[in-house]
Design a protein around this ligand. Sequence first.
Ligand code: NAP
Length: 302
Amino acid sequence: MSIERVAIIGLGLLGGSIGLAVREHAPGITTTGYDRDEGVRRVARERGLAAAVCDTAAEAVREADLVILCVPVGAMEAAAAELADLLPDGAIISDVGSSKQSVTEALARALPGKTIIPAHPVAGTEESGPEAGFASLFTNRWCILTPPEGTDEEALAALSDFWAKLGAMVEVMDAEHHDLVLAVTSHIPHLIAFTIVGTASDLEDVTRSEVIKYSAGGFRDFTRIAASDPVMWRDVFLNNKSAVLEMLGRFTEDLTALQRAIRSGDGDALHDLFSRTRAIRREVIKEGQDDGRPDFGREDHG
Ligand code: NAP
């Protein structure tokens, strides 16, 4: 089985990037796209995010052998339900949602009996919308597939092959494990950024203009993450509740231990931790998951 016609539902950052990546890296595959927002469809046509941008979901999925839902996690069930009577026999249904257990359940409820293989490309930016996508978003990034038990092997191989064509490295794991791993690598870091940026903006004895003026001291790196799409992130926290709360519990304990080390002047504890974290940064760079130049390669070292 090979994938030749892909329908992309939701033409924002992720959906648009899939369309552009197909055009650039897999020109043999035909794309159709649909977004419920007329303004988004207009920009999608202008930018060529799909070979055909359709005015209805029915038109977009009519001949698809793969349908990818690229909508916020909380909108997956409604978007899938709209397709229930429209999907061609044998089409694979997938998605790009940032949490996987609740999405898997939602898709199964909306589309009983269909071939559903949830996926999460671990690639993104703080931008959203139809202007934000670009063809190289998935290059050298991981795409995690979370096939439910009993998934057809041929369909799984075809979906893996599709993502590999877009430049991604593919990993398969179960949805529960995905949610735990992503809670610590993505969801908690975002929560910390939302918190620190919120805390700084609420301070009374340091002015907001000072926070912005001296942001090169570290704060500005948190503001990039904290500028991420509010709808997307609201849905991620509401849908990956138990893994996030579990990891947040551990994080809070570690933070309390650091607080104690600072209070009691335990320099060794601080130095040990900071040495371990510096080593992790070096591993991230060695794995090609970030720019290795100091300060992300910015010209103006603050
Ligand atoms: P986005 O740029 O906001 O795009 C989502 C688009 O889907 C919007 O145009 C939205 O329209 C549309 N939409 C919502 N409900 C729909 C429906 N029922 N039918 C058709 N279109 C609908 O969001 P994104 O950043 O691409 O995120 C999409 C998904 O990718 C999310 O599940 C997110 O968790 C996941 N993801 C995001 C990132 C990232 O860094 N951004 C990374 C990996 C995975 P409206 O504006 O009218 O609602």
